[in-house]
Design a protein around this ligand. Sequence first.
Ligand code: PHE
Length: 349
Amino acid sequence: MTFEEVLDSWDGETAVIHRDRKSGAWIFICVHSTLLGPAGGGTRMKVYGAPAEGLQDAMRLSAAMTRKLAVAGVPLGGGKAVIAVEEIPSGEQRRALFLRYGNLVASLGGTYRTSSDMNTGEADMDVIGERTEYVFGRSVGAGGAGSPAPPTATGVFHGIRASLSHVFGSDDLEGRTVVVQGAGSVGSPLAGHLAGAGATVLVADIDPARAQLVAARVGGAAVPADEVLEAECDVYAPCAVGGILSVETVPRLRCRIIAGSANNQLADPEAAELLRERGILYAPDYVINAGGAIALVGLEQLGWSKSESDIALAGIGETLRGIYERADSHGISTAAAADALAEARLHAR
Ligand code: PHE
């Protein structure tokens, strides 16, 4: 795609394009919408084939953040940042890069508020915090609420229960089989919650040793990463890469429910309708994975207690129930029902 094509494909407000000369990294900060408040969203660090792919990723992810935060009822608009690096830095170089990045975030005066995302974590947020107050997810020691991953896993767990109850009339996990794809910072605690509630948990990861480790810890079994799509199960929980649901992959699925934390799960918009036709219940990604944002914004910006945050995380299940009912009664996909809810929130202001 050319640069103009990339820019034309996006309906956001502002894209900041910054070249970090010292490291060669390209930094993209996309403010998709400030209708409901300053734009919130994580900073993803990744090696891309070309810088334009990083910009495109930030644009797409920032639009999902607008919908995510609108449906979550959090007073923030949507944004996302990408640091497109030549290789993932460590040590002093990494610290220096995040200090410079912190200056860039600071220069936006609070229009964009960052947090951690793929390949960034609490330690990086602490470094950004040396330059700007507009950062969520610093370590507890530095005054933050820590990583968004554990509350994201809790939110997904509530979402899985609500989905089970919609399909089977009971949210009991006893006797249910769940495939967790991705044994990372969300997949791993999610596998623990599921096993603790009595589910049979199958774990897959591109790193088989990591899958094995998490499976052993929760008393489940590891499955090869390339068998996930066709695995027979009640719930398929994608907690790794996005783009897994397409017109090509949906016909191969053998699950009743898709409910996981990965961002941008639908590779083609038509896949949502195909899932509906196949009778597979899809928990819209940006609804079920909002737990990290809900907890971090609640605890750090809205002054919530831990128990208020827990109640809000359980609310993800309620929100999904509402979306499922709306999808059924209107004869539309769950993704379309979620988008309609997001639109309504954005225009009811
Ligand atoms: N980075 C996480 C996400 O994209 C969590 C988060 C978002 C935290 C926005 C605070 C604000 O969902």
